[in-house]
Design a protein around this ligand. Structure first.
Ligand code: ZN
Length: 268
């Protein structure tokens, strides 16, 4: 399945919703829907929300949670943009209409509480992406997050999950892709190994790839950063980000995520 067919299929799966939404919206509401996209397209006004479910152990690697580590990293590179954190314990689980409407790119990290995210909030995220072009970035164990699975429309499972002492050599495969811009190849010395196959639609691009190196020297290839277009929105999946390893403090990881935000943000 190629990406264009995937995109068309996902839009076609609910062809009447967009038209109906516009018909039922008053002028004021319609303007409110349009405003964030227009504002987000202007230089320096991009709004990024980094969401986490709050299950990373506070006494371990991420005492202020994984979303804070990612947000701090993004602020180094997204000049002038607004980077905020949100979580499952916030009102409306951090997925209020107002927040999502003002959000250009939503970054999602979940692991143990995927099932606690309410359907109405999943649907809001999916609608914002597919019908209004919000970018969505799914990190590590969010492969099973409800919005990720609904946007992909597939099982989103990996072939294996192991913390077996592997390191990951990360390689920029597409240096001319916006997500590879300025990123040097690097090594994550400890990583939770997710092995292929990753059960998702064929991506339109895989700018970041990797090679696991086992303690015994065995090597295994994996896709690390994958891109899709889903309806009007763009999606990026990034494999590293286990809550007990330091992946999300690495500068090159921050560069990749920042580039992904720029790539996934709505176009004018
Ligand atoms: Zn993990």
């Amino acid at each position: 399945m190629n990406s264009k067919r995937f995109s068309d299929q996902t839009v076609a799966s609910n062809p009447s919703l967009s038209r109906r939404s516009w018909l039922t919206l008053g002028l004021g509401a319609a303007t409110a829907v349009l405003m964030p996209r227009a504002l987000g397209a202007a230089a320096g006004s991009r709004r990024v929300v980094v969401w986490a479910e709050g299950t990373a152990p506070e006494d371990k690697v991420y005492p202020q949670d994984v979303n804070t580590a990612m947000a701090d990293g993004l602020r180094k590179y997204l000049k002038g943009g607004k980077v905020e954190t949100a979580g499952i314990s916030d009102p409306e689980q951090g997925c209020s209409e107002a927040s999502l409407k003002a959000c250009d790119v939503l970054i999602w990290w979940g692991h143990k509480r995927h099932g606690d995210v309410k359907s109405e909030h999943v649907d809001r995220v999916v609608r914002r992406v597919k019908e209004e072009g919000m970018g969505f970035i799914s990190v590590h164990s969010s492969h099973f997050a409800r919005p990720n699975r609904k946007l992909m429309g597939t099982a989103c499972s990996w072939g294996a999950y192991e913390c077996d002492g592997c390191k990951l050599n990360v390689k920029v495969k597409l240096a001319d892709h916006p997500i590879g811009k300025g990123v040097k190849d690097f090594t994550l010395p400890q990583i939770e190994r997710y092995s292929e196959p990753y059960a998702v639609p064929e991506p339109e691009a895989v700018p970041i790839e990797g090679t696991y190196v086992y303690p015994n020297g065995k090597e295994e290839k994996v896709r690390v950063g994958l891109c899709w277009t889903v309806g009007k929105g763009r999606m990026f999946y990034f494999l590293p980000g286990h809550e007990t390893y330091r992946d999300l403090y690495f500068d090159e990881v921050h560069r990749i995520l920042s580039n992904a935000v720029e790539w996934a943000a709505p176009r004018v």
